[in-house]
Design a binder for this molecule. Structure first.
Ligand code: NFS
Length: 652
């Protein structure tokens, strides 16, 4: 590199985000000399040894670093190879992610049990139809029984699934296509209990226990399946039972949803239990009056991260942004209170909130943050606690200083539960996935890709997500989204029906006929389980093979940062989906592990988990996969395009 190249490189700092609202707030932070996750990431170089899977920290003989000449052949002090170290890393990361989602699910099950027993008066069973459907899957009798009786038994069965006392297989394994279940049984991948698989993973990754990479990674898959077809799927279903099954609604996303003249409260984290009550409290006429008495025009609620998705899907509460927006929201100076529970909450929020007037309020008995106000939430006095918190935020309105809210929002439609998609496609009297299958078979829709997961400040915020959404829908590939990736599309206006204008002709015709956007927001990260349900139903509908691995589908997690994402990616792969992660490969040096998770899993379970930071290559990989699957199904031939006429529309 010449000197001038060197200067040029220095003069052009890495692009941090493509979101204009984020850029505006980063400017404000810089002017005030305030650090954010975006600036700290530049100051902290990742350790190259750990970043690529060459460091083992599992015992006090080490840490062992397998680097230098002949690194590939080196072992740790105990003799562990790169393969063992990488497989242990992945399995532990998966167990960590599963533990998070499943503990969330367990709490919802406990709440449902409390409701059924009359101990949680602020809540009730909102969707009895869904309760009965879940009961049927669990083989729980419903006829002639009281709703709360059924709810109690469903909740108890869910808890048994966590505890591992529900039998030899989790209740929801039966929801997968028969062929998929057979594959899981053949390789011993059927999860037996959520806690049991997490504990067994932690046990087997101890030094001196399981040392065979493939065997370890099988346990990684089994543990992940306890999430996708266990903890997370239960979290989704029981949340729908308690808080309602989502239906499409309109909203907006980005920091512009904050209001200058109102008390702004942000709910951030993951569990819907408290945020549901905050939604109720923020609409309480007495509290709205109280806010007015303090000089505010009202109470404005917004969300960050997956709590945002939960309250967006069910109430249309606008998300103020995704993972990397949590600090930026506070930097607007307009947030009276940020109420957090568990997961994805940056510790840096606490010192940052102290620089502004924002009250950071922790609420979960599981998570305290030094410097934050802790107001513990329990379901027996949920609404009272929520009101107390809202009142605290209102009282804080008068302490506001200088406010700068970036004037950017994206319109969006969210709330596509699998039940609604079924209904939307087939209509009230014959809800079915048939039209979707037919349009995949006739080629109007080439396939479907899930773009999910986090933000990671190591890459340009939202860039890969927005690029991939555009490129895929242009190629007639339907996109479904969850988590912070869905917020990215929401902020950039991609979750609206108008987006069909940039879709390919075939996809656009179907979207026009059904009246749906080509990019569907399916919810939070635990709601990735909805995608598993949809895939199973599409297989069941017929015409596209007899297993999930036959379908022309793929999943991408362009900006992953955490263990939960790895857990989700693994259960998708173990369910037969081709999965690509961006950012970097955490086990790149462990070539045997990389090979097992790609070629090995392809042969064993028909899915793969691969890492590829280059978005163009990701696009090539997933479109190549979709075409290969179409070819295998014999539906790849370009048919003469027949435009939708009135009869075809009516048929749809
Ligand atoms: Ni998923 Fe949701 Fe966002 Fe990533 Fe965090 S909020 S559970 S982990 S960062 S998508």
């Amino acid at each position: 590199m010449s000197d001038s190249d060197e200067t040029k490189k220095k003069a052009e700092p890495r692009k941090k985000t493509i979101d204009p609202a984020a850029l505006e707030m980063l400017g404000r932070a810089e002017a005030a000399g305030i650090g954010t996750v975006f600036s700290r990431v530049d100051e902290m170089k990742p350790c190259p040894i750990g970043a690529s899977g060459s460091c083992c920290q599992l015992c006090a003989m080490g840490p062992c670093r397998l680097v230098g000449k002949g690194a590939a052949e080196k072992t740790g002090i105990c003799g562990a190879t790169h393969a063992t170290i990488g497989a242990r890393y992945m399995t532990r990361a998966i167990a960590g992610g599963v533990a998070a989602h499943s503990d969330h699910g367990r709490d919802i099950a406990r709440t449902l049990l409390a409701v059924a027993k009359g101990h949680a008066g602020s809540y009730q069973v909102k969707d009895t139809d869904k309760l009965y459907r879940v009961a049927a899957i669990m083989h729980i009798a419903t006829e002639g029984r009281d709703v709360n009786d059924v709810a109690a038994e469903v909740a108890q069965r869910a808890l048994d699934n966590f505890n591992g006392t529900a039998g030899d297989e989790l209740s929801y394994v039966s929801r997968a296509p028969a062929k998929r279940q057979a594959i899981w049984r053949k390789y011993g991948l059927v999860p037996r209990g959520v806690d049991r698989e997490v504990v067994e993973s932690m046990h087997r990754t101890n030094v001196g226990v399981d040392q065979d990479a493939e065997h370890l990674l099988d346990q990684g898959m089994r543990t992940s399946l306890a999430d996708g077809w266990g903890g997370a799927m239960l979290a989704t279903d029981l949340s729908d039972i308690l808080f309602g099954t989502p239906k499409p609604l309109v909203s907006q996303a980005n920091l512009g949803v904050l209001k200058k003249d109102e008390v702004n409260i942000i709910v951030h984290g993951h569990e819907p239990t408290l945020s549901e009550m905050i939604v109720a409290a923020a609409q309480d006429p007495e509290l709205v009056e109280y806010a007015k008495s303090k000089g505010a025009a009202g109470i404005n609620l917004a969300g960050i991260c997956c709590t945002a998705n939960e309250v967006l899907m069910r109430h249309g509460i606008p998300p103020a942004g995704n993972f990397l927006h949590q600090e930026l929201a506070i930097i607007t100076g307009a947030v009276e209170g940020m109420i957090v529970d568990v997961q994805c909450v940056l510790q840096a929020l606490s010192p940052l909130a102290q620089k502004f007037h924002t009250k950071l309020i922790t609420t979960s008995p599981k998570a305290k943050i030094p410097g934050a106000t802790h107001l513990e939430f329990d379901e027996t006095r949920a609404l009272e606690t929520a009101k107390e918190i809202v009142r605290m935020c209102i009282d804080n309105f008068q302490n506001r200083g200088d406010v700068a809210i970036p004037d950017y929002t994206g319109d969006l439609v969210a709330g596509f539960s699998h039940e609604y998609i079924n209904y939307m496609l087939g209509g009230r009297y014959r809800a079915s996935f048939r039209p979707l299958n037919d349009n995949i078979i006739n080629g109007r829709i080439q396939g479907a890709v899930a773009i999910v997961g986090c933000n990671n400040p190591r890459v340009t915020q939202d860039e890969g997500i927005v690029y991939l959404v555009h490129e895929l829908i242009k190629r007639d590939i339907l996109v479904v989204q969850t988590g912070c990736a869905a917020h990215a599309s929401g902020k950039h206006g991609l979750l609206t029906p108008e987006t069909m204008q940039i879709a390919g002709d075939g996809l656009r015709e179907v979207c026009e006929a059904v009246g749906m956007p080509p990019v569907l927001h399916l919810g939070s990260c635990v709601d990735n389980s909805r995608i598993m349900t949809i895939l199973s139903q599409v297989v069941e509908e017929g015409g596209l093979g007899d297993d999930i691995s036959d379908l022309p589908v793929a999943a991408i997690c362009p900006e992953y940062y955490c263990e939960k994402a790895l857990a989700i990616g693994t259960y998708a792969a173990a369910s037969g989906v081709f999965v690509v992660f961006g950012v970097r490969n955490p086990v790149a040096d462990c070539t045997e592990v990389v090979d097992i998770m790609s070629n090995g899993w392809e042969q064993k379970v028909g899915g793969q988990l691969v890492f590829e930071p280059d978005y163009e290559k990701i696009l090539e990989m997933v479109t190549g996969r979709i075409q290969a699957k179409r070819q295998a199904l014999g539906i790849h031939e370009e048919k003469e395009r027949v435009l939708f006429d009135m009869a075809a529309r009516r048929e749809l």
